[in-house]
Design a protein around this ligand. Structure first.
Ligand code: BEZ
Length: 211
């Protein structure tokens, strides 16, 4: 059965470039990003891993632990990491699950047989500290992902987990937010002391709260 938003992220133990990973223990009280890439020693994947390594501080600031996955061996992933460091000019600073037996890829539905029955697609799962799945993205092999967008949506997920808010199209941190329709106007006055604007009864904006 496919994993859906709100499900508990399946737990697993698997080898990685940082040794065996027990996934839920590894997440601990953090948020997590689990992302698959089709294959070691391939061009798009090489640029993606380098990009994520360069963004490590951004994920750390958001209390997000990042882990990659490919259906390759630990040795292949270590050898590929050396290529990534050479070509992308960044040190590898997060683990890659070596899912050579495809245990995790199958558990998470990362192999789409009509796309390719041997490789994983570009899946992204954002998982909260409660171990529940907050976001799922799927890209095909030939389209590299936008990891700035991943950070942006993590900001939205974390903000809307703390406040009775939603974020509008193309929202960026610092932009006005939308008050959830379940919040009454009198509740909104208490919850959002900086005030709000009612454009329609269902369309109310408020400045992004601090914290
Ligand atoms: C790539 O990362 O460039 C790639 C990997 C597998 C299939 C196609 C492209």
């Amino acid at each position: 059965m496919a994993i859906r938003l709100g499900d508990v992220a399946p737990d697993f133990t698997q080898e990685s470039t940082s040794g065996p990973i027990c996934f839920h223990d590894w997440i601990g009280d953090s948020w997590a990003v689990l992302f698959s890439h089709p294959k070691a020693f391939t061009p798009v994947c090489t640029t993606e891993i380098g990009t994520v390594a360069r963004l490590k501080d951004e994920f750390d600031q958001r209390n997000v632990r990042v882990i990659g996955l490919s259906v390759d061996s630990v040795d292949d992933n270590h050898a590929w990491a050396r290529d990534i460091e050479e070509t992308q000019h960044v040190r590898m600073n997060f683990p890659i699950i070596a899912d050579a037996d495809r245990k995790v890829a199958i558990l998470y539905g990362m192999i789409h047989p009509d796309a390719d029955d041997t490789l994983t697609v570009r899946s992204v799962f954002v998982i909260g500290p409660d171990k529940r799945v907050k976001l799922i993205l799927t890209y095909p092999a030939d389209a590299g992902r936008d990891f700035d967008e991943l950070l942006r949506v993590i900001d939205s997920l974390q903000l809307t987990a703390r406040h009775q808010l939603a974020t509008p199209a193309n929202w960026r941190p610092g932009d006005d937010c939308l008050i959830r329709t379940a919040v009454s106007n009198s509740e909104a006055e208490t919850l959002f002391p900086n005030g709000y604007e009612q454009i329609k009864p269902y369309l109310r904006t408020t400045p992004q709260p601090v914290g």
